[in-house]
Design a binder for this molecule. Sequence first.
Ligand code: GRG
Length: 295
Amino acid sequence: MSAVSLESFTKKYKELVEIRLDELVTGLQAPEQVKEAMSYSLKAGGKRIRPVLLFATLHAFKKDPALGLEAAAALEMIHTYSLIHDDLPSMDNDDLRRGKPTNHKVYGEATAILAGDGLLTYSFEVLCGTKGASPEKIIRLISLLAKSAGPEGMVGGQAADMEGENKSLTVEELQYIHKNKTGRLLAFSVMAAAILADATESQVRSLEDYAYHIGLAFQIQDDILDIEGREDKMGKRVGSDESKFKSTYPSLLTLDGAKEKLKSHLIKGKSALASSDLDNGLLVDIADMIASRDH
Ligand code: GRG
């Protein structure tokens, strides 16, 4: 348990990033339809785990979390674009996300594609405006975000996921998909804060290790929720992995095996922090929350 409660920290910084996201999109000189579509998905009720993780990592360095505001907004834009595109008919063809109609169901496919493209490209412009950071740091942030979201990161993970459909994958292949599709943006949350806070090499190593394990824990819990989750909490259909014959941790390891694996990543993630000299309370609480979340 940390001195600051995760609940109050999340409430405060979730609101901060939501206000900033709203200002950023409202201020755009762009056609109303695409602005509205971008805004619709940004405001559709995401948990903001990635921004909160970024702010909490800055807090662990005893830095003002608000230093990471532009990076957090940029990150949430990339995450939102990935969900809009993932839901498209040519990808997962989903009608519901967070209990609401998906972007293309409301605005049509072409506008949904453009809303995703708009969020992706605008996120880099936003990151360039990071306040209080030197040009060198901003370049490191841009490079890290591009690497994390691009073909060697999230896009690569998504491509491997699509190639793996209707095939039986090995645990290693599944791990590659999730490390990249889901893990890399979560890792960016932590490592962007490390850049902003001038982390030492040993702090970087501990945080990379922590991020790797919580990224996999996040995904394993996602697979478990697709079996055990409640549709009213999830805001989408459950059982979709099985109906699409997708390899998942429960399908490869059994449900109990997946739960064991989740527990082991949680322990490893938390122990990676134990060797760092950071104020870890919130990061430990986030790891626990990720492993036990119900949506
Ligand atoms: C289209 C390039 C491209 C990539 C898509 C992230 C992704 C890659 C697809 C999403 C598919 C999916 C359900 C992955 C499981 C993990 C995940 C990213 C869940 C959604 O993230 P949350 O739970 O979402 O943080 P909220 O709604 O809280 O923002």
